[in-house]
Design a protein around this ligand. Structure first.
Ligand SMILES: [Zn+2]
Length: 70
């Protein structure tokens, strides 16, 4: 059985942050909303409309140049 979470990374590298689809601010997440649609959300809207983080729920956006080294 394939472990979906094994290679899961909750961060996505982007060249530049997109704008939040809800309020237009800089987005920090690509996440699924209650409406089952994926969209870019800022932190505020992610907390309000996001469904959490995970392979089927949402990912954190990180700038390529600023990628956190874990
Ligand atoms: Zn927003």
């Amino acid at each position: 059985m394939k472990d979906l979470y094994k290679d899961w990374c909750d961060e996505v590298e982007v060249d530049a942050f997109p704008n939040c689809l809800v309020c237009g601010k800089e987005a920090g997440y690509n996440a699924k909303t209650e409406a089952d649609l994926w969209c870019y959300l800022c932190e505020e809207c992610f907390l309000k409309y996001g469904q959490g983080l995970g392979p089927t729920d949402g990912q954190i956006l990180v700038l390529k140049s600023r990628k956190k080294s874990v």
